[in-house]
Design a protein around this ligand. Structure first.
Ligand code: PEP
Length: 262
């Protein structure tokens, strides 16, 4: 195995959970673990309502702040939406784009995911772009074709510089919030495919530095063998990120696998 180009990257997507007090408490616990977890990149993604308070709790720590979505216009009559410049202003460095729950419940398409990714980049945010197949597509042998479509339709217009600022997240939809994780081999195969596509489009150097996260029922108990796959650079964690021990435990296990390569 060639080994990972960089330390693990672990992001916690809190979804529609936690009010202010709980959010701040969790953020403080993760921030306190930051030094022990170096060189792991840590990212917390709370709901919009707690971005300010969580950002304040993370100030001066190793932990970055991200948002769960954005709209593609900068400002205007778009009730209920939040823009890239607003997220930058709130202290975000990252924003999730194309999460399967946005695609499933809120009508996101590959094309609107692309518009959001471009808006994020324009605002100076790093988009964490989610791709992944539903169970029917996996069982029908269409996983790679689905991933290819998501990449081509959503991200085909991006330049090499822009692609280098993305974080990729492979999240098989059948594994999100279900307790059913992709095996390391299943996930590793799709991650290798994504890296190959990046290489074909943008060259070897860009592909080898790309951060490709796995998401789908990740827990401390399964993160070590997943990170052992050379193309899995870390995790996008939902449910298990709502407890400090779960999130920190995942980062520790990824780090253990990473250190064994050195
Ligand atoms: C997610 O929300 O991106 C996710 C992977 O959720 P969970 O870890 O709960 O499956």
């Amino acid at each position: 195995m060639a080994g990972h180009a960089r330390g693990p990257f672990v992001a916690g997507n809190w979804k529609m959970n936690l009010t202010l007090a709980g959010a701040v408490d969790l953020a403080r616990k993760v921030a306190a673990a930051g030094p022990e977890l170096r060189p792991c990149d840590l990212l917390l993604i709370p709901p919009f309502t707690s971005l300010g308070a969580v950002g304040a709790a993370l100030a001066g720590s190793d932990v970055a702040l991200g948002a769960q979505d954005l709209f593609w216009e900068d400002a205007g009559a778009f009730t209920g939406e939040v823009s890239g410049p607003m997220l930058r202003d709130a202290g975000c460095a990252y924003v999730l784009v194309g999460h399967s729950e946005r695609r499933l419940h809120f009508g996101e398409t590959d094309e609107t995911v692309g518009r959001r990714a471009r808006a994020a980049l324009k605002a100076g945010l790093r988009p964490v772009v989610c791709v992944g197949e539903v169970l029917e597509e996996r069982e029908g042998g269409r996983t790679m074709a689905r991933i290819d479509d998501q990449i081509a339709r959503g991200l085909g217009a991006l330049s090499r510089d822009e692609i280098e600022r993305l974080v990729w997240a492979y999240e098989p939809v059948w594994a999100i919030g279900t307790g059913r994780t992709a095996s390391p081999a299943q996930a590793g195969e799709v991650h290798a495919h994504i890296r190959r596509r990046i290489e074909e489009g943008y060259g070897k150097a860009t592909a080898s530095c790309a951060i490709i996260l796995y998401g789908g029922s990740v827990k401390p108990a399964n993160s070590y063998p997943l990170f052992k796959e050379e193309n899995i650079d870390g995790f996008l964690v939902g449910g298990a990120s709502l407890e400090a021990e779960g999130f920190i435990g995942i980062a520790r296990e990824a780090l253990r696998a990473y250190r064994e390569e050195k």
